[in-house]
Ligand binder design. Structure first.
Ligand code: HEC
Length: 122
């Protein structure tokens, strides 16, 4: 009886911990985003540490809204050349390093990349 009383909290903790680790497993979309992120990883990290470009943690919260993220990822230079203030500030801050254009990425694929970045930071 004493053994059972001692074992119960241990079992409860193990069950609780395994349910937490289950929560952090990536969904299918996030996994697809992880694969696509390989194109970005030369210049970006998923945390907040800069590489050639900014660390992308929290990018979904700070970027301008609407279709900005799609236009920027497909052709950052074009967005900068249009006089966009947010893009120009980053361009100057990151020593005028030009981000590769990804004209073939669809909105959905770009969404999956950001879903992956948000998933590893949640
Ligand atoms: C050759 C390096 C390079 C690659 C590859 C690259 N980027 Fe970038 N990225 C940059 C730089 C540098 C900036 C800063 C703005 C600028 O200089 O154009 C930037 C800025 C960004 C921003 C704005 C971040 C913020 O803080 O608001 C986003 C979002 C972004 N990149 C997403 C991506 C995604 C998604 C990919 C992959 C599909 C990618 N980048 C690939 C270099 C790169």
């Amino acid at each position: 009886m004493k053994f059972i009383r001692m074992a119960f909290p241990i079992v409860a903790v193990v069950v609780l911990l395994s349910s937490f680790s289950h929560q952090s497993a990536l969904t299918e979309r996030e996994l697809a985003g992880k694969k696509l992120f390989r194109k970005c990883a030369v210049c970006h990290r998923t945390d907040d540490k800069p590489k050639k470009g900014p660390g992308l943690k929290g990018a979904t919260q700070r970027m301008p809204g609407g279709d900005w993220r799609y236009r920027f990822v497909r052709n950052a230079s074009e967005v900068i050349a249009s006089g966009d203030a947010y893009a120009t500030r980053l361009f100057v801050e990151y020593k005028r390093e030009t981000m590769t254009a990804f004209p073939k990425l669809t909105n959905d694929e770009i969404d999956m990349i950001f879903e992956y970045i948000d998933a590893v930071n949640r």
